[in-house]
Design a protein around this ligand. Structure first.
Ligand code: MOS
Length: 752
């Protein structure tokens, strides 16, 4: 029987059952003999010095094995000048337990090791630390005047600074008949995937290390460990087959990896270090940010001048940057532009990428000012986007490899029922609720990374595809299996995608919505190579019905090679003839030479309905429709899940999520899921996802772009615009607190 193609069908996750039954093991769950448990002590001051650190009481507790601090830590090579990690911003990587200096609140200062986790945790409270505090600055709003340009470095390649100005912005802005000048603010957000950061290090007898790490990149963690501890990279194996969400937090190795490996090598023991929920607030975050936008247009709605100036937070030791001020000119043409992006270094940990870093921050501002402009112009918000629509990237003049954004607008608007909208704010009601409709555009990169694939065909006819990539919950295992099976013409249960292991051929970390396009395209290329090899072997088989057949006449069919006139040789027979499994290895790079003539991007449109209680002002997102254009969709089920998850995050970003910095203490005040608000099931209304029909023969062999982040970028602005439509109030600071809707209106009695 001929196998059915599965690309394009909504196949369920292959590892789904393992995950929901608890059989899938995460970094902190592996059963390891003679395991020591580490618990981290974090600094309680923000900046200054550790004067004394006394571990004697902790060490006296039964079950405590060691307390490692800056005073007794082993000496380490720290080859960080040469290499920190693949996602390290320009600057100096943070070194845990390096010396007595405290550079941020919550900094790890000691690791307590005990025979069980509870003892380690309790003993951590017995470590006595005295400090000398120094002055600090932790609040972006108070130090905006210190903004400066970002330093350039390796990260600049993926995150280029904004483009140079064009035309004369100030002159045209002064002249233009219609203009808006608005400032937008975002609070800090912290990563809180359900899986906490954890590392289990197995100290192998021969001094080698096997490490189960919560990471988005096994090879990234492997090289980080090898370079810091002065090991040969081949002696360090990092595994991450299952990852319980990461969203960018696992792009950089986190401090539990360092501490765990250090302890394992120091004590020559197996060690596990797991962070707790509060400690999830002691490393990278989405930085707070202030943006001033000025957009001007003719009375017909055509933009003539756009300016986007953004200021973000970074740490004192690294210049973490995001692409913020670049996006408006990738969407909307305007002859006069001015873009700026600046950083304020503060006494906090370095921010880290968080789902659609920069893009989700920027698009909130861009799409809210477009909404405001549409009201000034008295033009429908969708119409205003279409008036300024372009198939080329105005910031570079290059065409997009594909851009079905128009389709996104039109399909989502129709599905949503946008035509029923009365544009007048406060005009639509449902019972006691004001109803608001809002929409926004989304744009995100279509990154592609190099990827090396090994394919092995064994005599059972099974193909194993090896690659070091992780699956952080996105569906990579399933999607890669589908791609390989289809390309090789075999059923998916004859393909094993073997991944999440630094010993496998090279992959970048899973990030930037890049893996389907990168690993997937590499699989296509590798499968073609394997086919070629199979054809060659088939033709070399004596007495084979395929011996005299030309390669063009051969095809893969039913787990074998078919010639013309019904001739056929099974894969198993090919392997038997070959006397060993048939194996190929192939590195695939994105075709930059061809692609540099084009702009690459994914696009989306979100339409949102909110209900605002007239008395209580509580805000509910009652429904939302997102349309996404991301090339070919390999698996509509896992792709839809990615977009749904992003839409929920968009609701979270718009209405809930925020870490509060106390400027006097220099510390975050709500490091727990009780006070760090995220939406729960009851906060999520009806969500719909549409995929635009987007053909892209240019971008890669697969015709596919990523869907990991594009679902988030349009949502916050669509929600803010819907709140304006419901209430007539523009709240430009995210998250939007419902009590801000009371201001200047006074108290409306429940019963008048
Ligand atoms: Mo994503 S923020 O590239 O993991």
């Amino acid at each position: 029987m001929e196998n059915n193609r599965t690309v394009g069908t909504p196949l369920s996750r292959l590892e789904g059952k393992l995950k929901v039954t608890g059989a899938a093991k995460y970094a902190g769950e592996y059963n390891v003999e003679n395991l020591l448990y580490g618990y981290v002590v974090n600094s309680t001051i923000t900046t200054g010095k550790i004067l004394t650190i006394d571990s004697s009481v902790a060490l006296a507790l039964e079950g405590v094995v060691e307390v490692i601090t800056h005073e007794n830590r082993p000496k380490l090579p720290w080859f960080d000048l040469f290499y920190a990690d693949m996602d390290a911003p320009p600057g100096t990587v943070f070194k845990p337990l390096y010396n007595d200096e405290i550079v941020y609140n919550g900094q790890p200062i000691a690791l307590v090791l005990a025979n069980d986790f509870e003892t380690a945790r309790y003993a951590s409270t017995l470590v006595k630390v005295s400090y000398k505090s120094e002055e600090f600055q932790t609040c972006l709003d108070d130090h905006i005047d210190k903004a400066r340009d970002a330093k350039k470095g390796m990260a600049t390649m993926l995150k280029p600074p904004p483009p140079s100005p064009t035309g004369d912005f100030e002159k045209d802005y002064a002249r233009a008949p219609v203009k808006v000048d608005s400032t937008y603010q975002h609070g800090t957000e912290h990563h809180n995937p359900i899986e906490l950061f954890a590392t289990t290090t197995i100290f192998e007898g021969d001094g080698k290390l096997t490490i189960y790490d919560k990471t988005q990149g096994t090879i990234n963690s492997q090289f980080y460990v090898a370079n810091i501890f002065g090991l040969h990279y081949k002696d360090v194996r990092v595994l991450a087959p299952y990852v319980g969400g990461a969203f960018g937090s696992g792009l950089r190795p986190q401090y539990q990896l360092f501490l765990c490996v250090m302890a394992a090598m120091h004590l020559k023991r197996n060690v596990r270090v797991t962070l707790d929920r509060a400690q999830m607030f002691t490393f990278g975050h989405r930085p707070p940010n202030v943006q001033r936008l000025r957009f001007a247009s003719e009375v017909n709605g055509r933009l003539t001048a756009i300016s986007h100036q953004a200021i973000s937070e970074t740490s004192r030791f690294e210049d973490y940057t995001e692409v913020v001020s670049t996006w408006s000119h990738k969407l909307y043409p305007a002859p006069n532009t001015l873009f700026e992006y600046k950083l304020v270094p503060l006494d906090v940990y370095t921010p880290v990428d968080m789902r659609a870093p920069g893009g989700s921050t920027a698009m909130h501002a861009i799409e809210c000012i477009m909404d405001e402009l549409s009201y000034k112009l008295d033009i429908d918000p969708v119409e205003l986007r279409l008036i300024n629509y372009t198939d080329t990237d105005p910031s570079t003049g290059k065409p997009y490899t594909s851009k079905e954004l128009r389709q996104c607008y039109l399909k989502a608007a129709e599905q949503f029922g946008w035509e029923k909208r009365n544009p007048k704010p406060g005009s639509m009601k449902r019972g006691n609720k004001l109803v608001g409709y809002g929409m926004a555009t989304g744009i995100w990169d279509a990154f592609q990374f190099p990827s090396r694939i090994e394919m092995v065909l064994d005599k059972s006819g099974r193909v194993t595809v090896n690659n070091a990539v992780t699956d952080i919950g996105t569906g990579t295992l399933t999607v890669m299996t589908q791609i390989a099976a289809d390309e090789l013409g075999i059923p998916i249960d004859m393909v094993t995608f073997s991944y999440g292991d630094s010993r496998k051929p090279f992959s970048m970390f899973q990030g930037g919505s890049a893996m389907t396009a990168s690993t997937g395209s590499a699989i296509i290329v590798a499968a073609k190579l394997l086919k070629k090899k199979l054809f060659k072997i088939a033709k070399s088989m004596k007495n084979s019905s395929l011996a005299g057949v030309s390669e063009e006449e051969l095809s893969l069919k039913n787990g074998g090679i078919a010639g013309i006139n019904g001739s056929w040789v099974s894969f198993a027979d090919l392997v038997i003839h070959n006397k060993k499994p048939i194996r190929i290895k192939k590195m695939t790079m994105p075709n930059m030479l061809k692609l540099k003539k084009y702009s690459l991007g994914t696009h989306s449109a979100a339409f949102v309905e909110v209900e605002v209680d007239q008395q209580l002002k509580t805000i509910t997102v009652s429904r939302a429709v997102s349309a996404v254009a991301a090339g070919k969709i390999i698996n509509p089920k896992t792709a839809r899940s990615q977009v749904l998850g992003s839409m929920v995050w968009g609701i979270s970003k718009a209405l809930y999520e925020e870490t509060i910095m106390d400027a006097k203490l220099g510390k975050y005040m709500n490091p727990n899921l009780g006070e760090y608000h995220i939406p729960v099931h009851a906060d999520i209304g009806e969500l719909e996802v549409i995929f635009a029909d987007e053909k892209d023969d240019m971008i890669n062999e697969l015709g596919s772009k990523g869907v990991g982040e594009i679902g988030l970028v349009a949502m916050p602005a669509a929600i803010a615009n819907a709140i304006f439509h419901a209430t007539g109030k523009r709240i430009n600071k995210l998250p939007i607190h419902f009590d801000e809707l009371f201001e200047s209106e006074g108290y409306t009695p429940l019963m008048a």
